[in-house]
Every structure is written in C-alpha cells, then in structure tokens.
Design a protein around this ligand. Structure first.
Ligand SMILES: Nc1ncnc2c1ncn2[C@@H]1O[C@H](COP(=O)(O)OP(=O)(O)OP(=O)(O)O)[C@@H](O)[C@H]1O
Ligand SMILES: [Mg+2]
Length: 284
C-alpha cells in the first residue's frame, strides 16, 4: 500500500533517512570520502564500520551539514544537505566522536542548552529535558556537574543532548568508545528503548563488532572513503563463509579484517581469515 500523504516537513513519508550519492570530501588534496553510495532506510539501526581513517566521521559530518558538499550528494529524509541545511538539522540528533558535554555545567544544564539551541519551544523545554535525562537513566544525577560523571554517564548525557529535540534520525559517532562492557550495554539499551518508543532511525559508527552484530539491522564496511561491503550482519558472515568454504565460521570481525586488510588494487582477493584470527589472538 502506498501512502501518499506528506509529513509536516512536506516530504513523502517513505523517504529514506539518509541517501548518499557519490559523496566525496577532500581535505586539501587527500580524499577522505571518495564516491560514497549509501542508503539508510527509515526506522533501521544502521552501522557504519571501518578501520581508523576510513572516512566514517567525515561522511557523517557531511550528512549533518557540518562539512560543506555540493548539492545532490547527500539527503536526509529527502532534504538536500547543501540547499536545506536548517531542514536537515531540524530532523537530526548528533553525538560527535569528540566529547561535547560541558564539564562545568550540571547534567540538566547541558541538556537544557541543547534544547535551546535546537529550538525546543520554551514552554516544553523543562519537560523535554527531564524526559531526555530520564530516558538515559540520569534523572538522579541531573543536578551534579558533568565533570563528576563517569565516562559512561558522560556518553549517556550526550545521548540525552541529542535526544532532547526528538530527532527522526539519531547519528552517533562511536558512542561507546572507551567504556566498560556494562556501560556499553547501558548506552545501547537506552538507544534501543528510545528507538522502540519513537521509531527513530539510528546511524552509528563503532569499532566494536559485537555491538554492530547485536544491534544493527544492516552494516556497511567502509575503507579508503568508500563502501566495500553492505548488508545484514548475518548475510555478510554467510557470504564470507561461502567464500572460505570448509568448516569456517567467520564472525563480523573476520568480515572487517577481510575488507580492511585489502587494498584498492588487490582484485578482490581475500586473505586466510583463520590465520589472521590466530595471529590476532597471539598478539592480543
Ligand atoms: N580536519 C581534518 N584535516 C585534515 N585531514 C583530516 C581531517 N579530518 C580527517 N582527516 C583525514 O581524513 C581521513 C578520514 O578521517 P575520518 O576521521 O573521517 O576517519 P574515521 O573513519 O572516522 O576514523 P576513526 O575510526 O579513527 O574515527 C583520514 O585520513 C584523516 O586523517
Ligand atoms: Mg571517526
């Protein structure tokens, strides 16, 4: 059944959350993102994976309008990031890779600041701030200075900052980096609970393959500025198993090593994943 109604933002409701078409971005002469084609469907949790320097953060900064790109390269729910920056920003919540909370403000003040910046109507602000703090489990710590928070609490505070504007698309750049396993699970449980309640789309980068495998509907593996593999985590591991043959049981980490270990001109050869894993476990 096709729904032909329009949303408040004038876009058809079936518009994909993110569409990148030949997205490119260079710092000086060096191309960080090099012809990226990618679609994130509305409502899914999408993982953007890849080795250090692959271009993930750069691509995300283009999508969030923080880096300028020509028209036609990236859209958010149909809004072109080049020609409709405010339209895009209104739909987004963004947790950057670099820490963004202010240590000298309380948790509540930090979230209030974002509510103001993102134009949450004045009379709704206090309620929405309280709701966002509650959603990430920080209601009891809301009056403490963010500087006294643990790493996991800071990341959850930043999640609350991104959630306070009730975004349709939440973009998280390494939301769990440096956290202990329990704090990582805590961050993800809050993300998944808000997503279940609101139906928002989530685009996330992570270096933790177990997280990608567990929480992402689909993942893309990025390397040297482009997407090298894309699909449901199970599909990607099945594909690698079919290529390896025998009794191999590759994980998403093996898929990552397979993609990240291959240069541009290797003609699509794959390495011996079992040997790679054995080496990896030897060197820790
Ligand atoms: N502000 C900048 N100035 C110059 N070069 C940059 C800048 N930001 C990123 N780069 C370069 O662009 C490339 C892609 O970097 P980017 O941060 O997008 O990678 P990433 O996939 O997010 O890596 P990581 O997993 O380490 O976060 C790298 O070669 C990096 O050195
Ligand atoms: Mg990055």
């Amino acid at each position: 059944m096709t729904d032909t109604r329009e949303n408040d933002d004038g876009m058809p409701p079936e518009a994909d959350a993110v569409t990148c078409t030949g997205l490119s971005y260079a710092f000086g002469g060096s191309k960080a993102v090099d012809g990226l084609d990618l679609t994130v469907r509305s409502g899914e949790v999408f993982g953007l994976l890849g080795p250090n320097g692959a271009g993930k953060t750069t691509a995300i900064r283009c999508v969030t309008t923080l880096l300028p790109v020509p028209p036609g390269m990236a859209r958010v729910f149909g809004h072109d990031v080049a020609t409709d920056r405010m339209g895009v920003r209104r739909l987004l919540g963004y947790v950057p890779q670099q820490l963004s909370a202010d240590a000298s403000l309380t948790g509540r003040e930090n979230v209030s600041l974002f509510a103001r910046v993102f134009d949450v109507p004045r009379r709704e602000r206090a309620g929405r701030v309280a709701q966002a703090l509650e959603a990430v489990g920080l209601a009891d710590a809301a009056e403490r200075m963010a500087g006294t928070y643990s790493g996991g609490m800071v990341r959850r505070l930043e999640l609350a900052q991104a959630l306070v504007s009730a975004p349709r698309l939440l973009i998280l750049d390494e939301p769990t980096i440096g956290l202990d396993p329990i704090a990582r699970t805590g961050v993800w449980e809050h993300i998944m609970a808000v997503r279940a309640a609101s139906g928002m789309t989530v685009l996330v980068t992570t270096h933790y393959m177990d997280e990608a495998d567990q929480y992402c509907d689909r993942v893309a593996l990025m390397h040297q500025g482009r997407i090298r593999a894309l699909g449901e985590p199970d599909r990607l591991t099945d594909d690698l198993r079919a290529r390896l043959g025998g009794d191999s049981a590759p994980t998403l980490e093996d898929v990552f090593r397979d993609v990240a270990g291959s240069g541009l001109d290797d003609g699509g050869e794959f390495r011996d994943v079992r040997r790679t894993r054995a080496t990896a476990s030897r060197v820790g």
